[in-house]
Design a protein around this ligand. Structure first.
Ligand SMILES: NC(=O)C1=CN([C@@H]2O[C@H](COP(=O)(O)OP(=O)(O)OC[C@H]3O[C@@H](n4cnc5c(N)ncnc54)[C@H](O)[C@@H]3O)[C@@H](O)[C@H]2O)[C@@H](O)CC1
Ligand SMILES: [K+]
Length: 487
């Protein structure tokens, strides 16, 4: 599924009009579908609708009319100066005898639900004045909020923090870059001609990121035939750890080994200076320094717990001439370029701080524009980039994919190591790096979602590894939860 930018959405709108489709119908459907979501979530609770003067406000005015017809008590506060379709929506509402009061006089009553129809894709720059005040008030009072198309104010601050958001026609990248502001997500079909979005998307393909959906990822799962044996389903080498002065993350390579096994690797070779503390199914190759022993593997994960040895591990792993995941201490521009030079498929898995170091910017810049940062790093290195965060972004050249799974409970030491091993297992099973990265990130996030819901925060990384087979089974069985509902 493609995620639209505001510009691409405007282009879709314009194309519909060029084909002679009346734009008022789109607005009518948008408002009607939003009213349906309102009723589903809030029943007959009274509504207070805040409408801007643009088409987002027009959608809100249509919703008000539909709620009214269904017997919901509605109060409406609207900006002045509607034109075009929004003006027609206002006239239709007034014809029902509804009093429309100025936004400046907006007030909120206990038991009401706020409908945020102030701004959608037409917002240019941060809110100020009465709009900023109103949005801050809405966030403060704690009433449930249904946002139409987008929580008003996004991507800037302040913005509405909604209980639920109904996106019209297509999701925008902002919905998945700002999940917290959107609450529950609904996607409303609003009657655009069937092929139109696909046509606009194909014209702009370079620029439109993908959303990783169960539908797109399930077919990528490596098959497990009855004749499978441990040498036929992907063998993984894990290279990492450090023995010297300073901190040692001896558990990191072990967690990567667990991640690889739990993602279905047939055999895992663990190459590290120190052995695992507990018995482990991996074959342990003790080495005194970063070197590559002879290994029969189809892919590697390198750098976990490598400390000052990180670069040496990555350069040693180059000799295997296998697809690799470069993580943590193996993340250096020089290393990435060496893999590019060697023509080896590689997946880099930086978090914002590591990506900033590789790009020579600050972590805030990366966090502010994760899509841009992931794309820049993928273009600079020629490799696949997994920029970890909320959301995690996967990039290869100009191709971008946003991941919808993942739970705040995953924010704990070692979960990144599990992810590296998991992606390596998928590479070893024969998936191309972009696909291995998307699938690994999705299942790792889903494992976190399952555990986060069951146990809350306080997870251990090894538990995330343990939950990977359940996540995989859900995806295989067509039961992985979709991150949104359709209306
Ligand atoms: N296919 C589509 O794209 C459809 C879009 N529709 C709705 O139309 C919306 C987009 O409508 P518009 O393009 O009219 O845009 P909006 O309604 O989002 O906002 C536009 C208005 O906000 C003003 N504005 C922009 N930035 C501002 C700021 N920082 N402070 C104060 N005022 C500001 C503009 O001058 C303009 O009057 C969508 O989000 C959606 O809700 C629907 O009506 C149905 C069809
Ligand atoms: K809105």
């Amino acid at each position: 599924m493609r995620l639209f930018t505001s510009e691409a959405m405007r282009e879709a709108d314009a194309e519909a009009v060029r084909r002679g489709y009346p734009s008022l119908l789109l607005m009518e459907w948008a408002g009607m579908k939003a009213a349906r979501v309102y009723r589903e979530l809030f029943g007959k609770r009274p509504a207070v609708v805040l409408a801007g003067k643009g088409n987002n406000g027009g959608d809100g005015l249509v919703l008000a009319r539909h709620l009214l017809l269904e017997g919901v008590e509605v109060r409406v506060h609207a900006a002045e100066g509607q034109t075009g379709d929004a003006l027609l929506a206002l006239q239709a509402l007034l014809a029902h005898g509804v009093e429309v009061r100025p936004l400046e006089e907006a007030s909120f009553r206990k038991g009401e639900v706020v409908v945020d129809a102030l701004f959608g894709t037409g917002l240019k720059g941060p809110l100020s004045g009465v709009y900023a005040d109103l949005v801050e008030q809405v966030n403060r009072i704690g009433l449930p909020v249904l946002a139409l198309d987008l929580p008003s104010g996004l991507p800037y601050a302040p913005h509405v923090r909604a209980t639920a958001t109904v996106a019209f026609a297509a999701f925008k990248t902002l919905h998945f870059l700002h999940r917290e502001a959107c609450g529950r997500l609904f996607l409303a079909e609003i009657g655009l001609p069937k092929d139109l979005l696909a046509q606009v998307a194909s014209q702009l393909e370079e620029g439109l990121p993908l959303l990783a959906t169960p539908e797109a990822l399930a077919p990528l799962l490596p098959p497990r035939p009855l004749t499978a044996h441990k040498g036929s389903v992907g063998r993984v080498g894990i290279l990492g750890g450090y023995r010297g002065e300073g901190l040692r993350y001896a558990g990191a390579p072990v967690l990567a080994a667990l991640g690889a096994y739990r993602m279905g690797a047939g055999l895992v070779h663990l190459v590290a200076p120190e052995g695992p503390l507990e018995p482990l199914e991996a074959v342990f190759h003790p080495v005194p320094s970063p070197t590559l022993p002879p290994l029969k593997v189809e892919a590697l994960a390198v750098g976990m717990g490598g400390g000052p040895w990180g670069k040496a591990w990555a350069l040693a792993a180059l000799e295997a001439r296998r697809p690799v995941v470069l993580d943590a201490d193996a993340l250096h521009l020089e290393v990435a370029l060496a893999y590019r030079e060697a023509g080896l498929p590689a997946v880099l898995t930086p978090h914002a701080g590591e990506a900033a170091r590789l790009l020579g910017t600050g972590p805030e810049e990366v966090a502010q524009d994760p899509l841009g940062a992931a794309r820049a790093l993928a273009e600079r290195t020629g490799l696949v980039v997994v920029l970890k965060g909320n959301p995690t972004v996967v990039a290869e050249g100009g191709r971008l994919s946003l991941n919808p799974t993942g739970h705040p409970a995953l924010a704990t030491g070692g979960t990144g190591d599990v992810l590296s091993g998991a992606i390596a297992a998928l590479l070893a099973a024969g998936l191309p790096p972009f696909e291995a990265a998307r699938l690994g990130v999705f299942l790792h996030g889903l494992a976190g979602d399952l555990l986060g819901e069951e146990k809350g925060v306080g997870l251990l990384a090894r538990e995330v590894a343990e939950a990977l087979p359940r996540a995989r089974r859900l995806l295989e069985g067509g039961q992985a939860p979709w991150p949104f509902s359709r209306v």
